[in-house]
Design a protein around this ligand. Structure first.
Ligand code: GLN
Length: 257
């Protein structure tokens, strides 16, 4: 019995040493894990399937593929509020942000962006029975919901006399519309489209056109030019070897532009 115990402990210790990469040089554990920050109420880019803690979506698959392409052993997804992502990057708590984050001049002052990887734009969502709101102009003096710190939030705040409520998650913003606590939601068009297709269209609809194009970029700490170059290289490789198109097809069902 005692011998068996010793044998078992030896095996466990050996496995643990292997797992820790002992004998594999002095590469630090942290160097092998690529930490990616996101806010997962943004399907089909990042979300958690009901009852699952796994992170699914285009950005999540892309971030994992990029990490692998750069030689990391593991990509760890870190969940936080959208407005916490840039501070987390600059505090060094995450290495990259993959969160459907639009490349804006304002954000470029505080982070490095990768090359654009997706073209998006904002759209207005209202309740199905609303036939008075047809454009941004019609939102003047109305109640609008958006996610805190997003371009949709900024757009809502640019509307004259609008009362804007900024929610931590997109889920809450959409719920507020269903509950008629607001007259409209402003969010990214592909995310609204996905929400409607998943059953949101029972109560909601979009109005007007997609507002001016926004491009999503992966974000890195300001001044981390080496990582930015590595991410761009990995992204280009994934575009070249067909992996990017495969992911695009998987999540959007069409070939990338
Ligand atoms: N693309 C929008 C932005 O950058 C929204 C992103 C999001 O809600 N995850 O602000």
């Amino acid at each position: 019995m005692k011998k068996l115990l010793i044998l078992m402990m030896t095996v466990i210790a050996a496995v643990a040493m292997l797992a820790a990469g002992c004998g594999g040089g002095d590469k630090k554990e942290s160097a092998k894990v690529f930490r990616v920050g996101t806010e997962p109420t943004f399907a089909p880019f990042e979300f958690q399937e009901e009852g699952s803690k796994e992170y699914a979506g285009f950005d999540m698959d892309l971030a994992r593929a990029i990490g692998k392409q750069m030689g990391y052993e593991k990509v760890e997804i870190v969940n936080m509020g959208f407005d916490a992502l840039v501070p987390a990057l600059n505090a060094g708590n995450v290495d990259m942000v993959a969160a459907g984050m639009s490349i804006t001049e304002e954000r470029q002052k505080s982070v490095n962006f990768s090359d654009p990887y997706y073209t998006s734009g904002l759209i207005i969502m209202v309740n199905k029975d609303n036939d008075t709101i047809k454009s941004l102009k019609d939102l003047e003096g109305k109640r609008i919901a958006a996610q805190i710190g997003t371009t949709g939030d900024n757009k809502a705040r640019s509307v004259a006399n609008a009362v804007v409520t900024s929610f931590n998650t997109n889920t809450e913003a959409a719920m507020e519309l269903t509950n008629k606590g607001v007259d409209a939601v402003i969010n990214d068009s592909p995310v609204v489209g996905y929400y409607l297709a998943q059953g949101g269209n029972k109560t909601a609809k979009t109005v007007g056109d997609v507002m001016e194009a926004e491009k999503y970029g992966l974000a890195m700490k300001k001044g981390n030019d080496q990582l930015t170059a590595d991410v761009n290289k990995a992204l280009a490789e994934l575009k070249k070897n067909g992996e990017y198109d495969k992911l695009y097809q998987k999540w959007f069902g069409e070939v990338s532009k």
